[in-house]
Design a protein around this ligand. Structure first.
Ligand SMILES: Cc1ncc(COP(=O)(O)O)c(C=O)c1O
Length: 369
């Protein structure tokens, strides 16, 4: 028998979350952002759930090829554009739309031989200082692109640094609007946090929104808001089983470094899940976990293949009991138990994005609704 750990991807929850993006941005078309192998879920596994999107946005050319092999004929956008001139050949062959964020990419396009003019998204650095032309250089990049026979339609794009927080989007919007107000073309501005928090901002003209993390059942502005607030459902469950139990006496310690010491008699369970499965090693004692659907916490340090959980709230648990590390647990009193990935991430000092991307290759993953 293989180790009892597995990860489940929930297609109906993906479709539900996509519906939340549609409801929040009803006039926009939606890019389902599937970079990083669909935020760790697997592009092929999320395809059915997200195929109601208007297009898929990603970075990796191999991932774009995979989508075409799944027979997706709609738009695909390369969010970082070409990494070298040769990539443009694949864009021509597979009809990939691509971001143009720097002068070199314009030069490569100018030298590219193609019968098929490319749809490009010209990216502005409106304050994030990651990718994009400065507002001052944006117009001349647009003029140059517009004169190229290799270029078809030019859309305008930027990315917000603080859509999830107090600073918000206004400072970048003002910069973007000032530099683009008289340029034609569709606009693509919002990520998940902007879709949910700034969706009704009249100043945002958004022809294409880019829904990433919200599609995967994580709140982009957690802990200010959680998935229940935004009506999102978990799309990934990481689950395993108890492979042993231990009865602790007062003063007994648990795991490496003896970082946890029992104050009273306590029963704990040992779970087949560790940091080599992608569970965060920095998750300290009391990181939430479900045993048989009942919420409890971890105890002691996470080791490579195992972690320990407190069985006090679930005394009937024993070897073989189901443990939900995040996602959907077994139903309790007819209601499905849910442990949001954001709750686990916070206890480990990280974000849901990182946990879902980090599930290790040794963990089998499959779709289940
Ligand atoms: C350019 C761009 N657009 C959209 C997204 C999606 O962001 P989120 O997952 O926060 O919705 C990302 C992700 O980092 C991105 O880099």
């Amino acid at each position: 028998m293989p180790r009892p750990i597995e990860a489940l991807v929930h297609p109906q929850a993906l479709a539900h979350n996509l519906g939340r993006a549609r409801a929040a941005a009803p006039d926009a078309r939606i890019w389902a952002v599937v970079k990083a192998n669909a935020y760790g879920h697997g592009i092929a596994r999320v395809f059915e759930g997200l195929r109601g999107a208007d297009g898929f946005a990603l970075l990796d050319l191999a991932e774009a090829e995979l989508l075409r092999s799944l027979d997706w004929r709609g738009p695909i956008l390369l969010l970082e554009g070409a990494f070298e001139p040769r990539d443009l050949e694949l864009c021509s062959r597979l009809n990939l739309w691509h971001v143009v964020h720097c002068q070199q990419q314009v030069d490569w396009l100018a030298a590219h031989k193609t019968q098929q003019p490319h749809r490009v998204f010209l990216k502005m650095n409106s304050g994030m200082n990651r990718l994009g032309f400065t507002p001052a250089a944006f117009r001349s990049a647009w003029v140059r692109l517009n004169a190229l026979p290799q270029v078809d339609e030019i859309s305008l794009m930027t990315h917000f640094s603080d859509a999830d927080g107090a600073r918000g989007v206004d400072h970048q919007l003002t910069t973007f609007a000032a530099a683009t107000h008289d340029l034609p073309g569709e606009r693509s501005l919002s990520n998940s946090a902007a879709i949910l928090r700034h969706g009704i901002n009249e100043a945002i003209r958004n022809d294409w929104v880019r829904a990433g993390i919200m599609s995967y059942g994580s709140a982009p502005d957690f802990p200010a808001h959680d998935i229940h607030h935004w009506g999102l459902q978990p799309t990934m469950t990481l689950r395993s089983r108890l492979i042993a139990t231990q009865q602790l006496q007062p003063g007994d310690t648990v795991g490496y470094g003896s970082s946890y010491r029992a104050r009273e008699a306590q029963r704990i369970g040992i779970v087949a899940c560790g940091y080599a499965d992608g569970y965060p090693r920095h998750a300290g004692t009391d990181t939430p976990v479900l045993v048989n659907g009942v919420r409890t916490g971890t105890v002691g340090r996470v080791s490579m293949d195992m972690l320990a959980v407190d069985l006090t709230p679930v005394p009937q648990a024993d070897v073989g009991s189901e443990v939900t590390l995040w996602g959907r647990g077994p139903a309790l009193d007819g209601r499905p138990a849910v442990l949001a990935i954001d709750d686990v991430a916070r206890a480990a000092g990280t974000i849901g994005y990182e946990l879902m991307c980090a599930v290790a290759p040794r963990v089998p993953m499959r779709c289940l609704d």
